[in-house]
Write a protein of this length. Structure first.
Length: 103
C-alpha cells in the first residue's frame, strides 16, 4: 500500500499512454508515414498523378509497417495507422489509374 500513500506531484495522465521517453526513430517513421499518406491520398484523386500516388503509397505502406513493428506508444501506433490507411488508399487508387510504371 505504499503506492497509495505517495502524493501525486504531477499526474502523468495521457489518453495515448506515452511513457515520457524520447523515441526519435519511431517519431521519424510516424512523420514520414503521415506525410507520404497525405501525399498519396491527395494525389490519388487526380488521374494524371498516378505515379506519385502509387509510389508514395507503396513507400508509405512499407515505412508504416516497419513503424508498427518498432512502435512503443499508443500515440505512435495511432498516427501510423492513419498514415497507413491513407497510404493504402492512395496506393490502390494510383494502381487503378495506371500503376507504378505508367501503364
Amino acid at each position: 500500500m505504499a503506492q497509495a500513500m505517495r502524493s501525486p506531484q504531477t499526474p502523468q495522465i495521457s489518453l495515448l499512454s506515452t511513457d515520457g521517453k524520447p523515441h526519435p526513430l519511431q517519431d521519424a517513421l510516424m512523420a514520414v508515414t503521415l506525410v507520404l499518406g497525405a501525399v498519396a491520398f491527395v494525389t490519388a484523386f487526380f488521374h494524371n498523378l498516378h505515379l506519385i500516388s502509387s509510389w508514395a503509397g507503396l513507400i508509405g505502406i512499407l515505412t508504416g509497417a516497419y513503424g508498427q513493428f518498432v512502435s512503443v506508444t499508443t500515440r505512435e501506433r495511432f498516427a501510423l495507422i492513419l498514415g497507413l490507411g491513407a497510404s493504402a488508399i492512395g496506393f490502390y487508387l494510383g494502381m487503378f489509374h495506371g500503376g507504378l510504371f505508367g501503364g
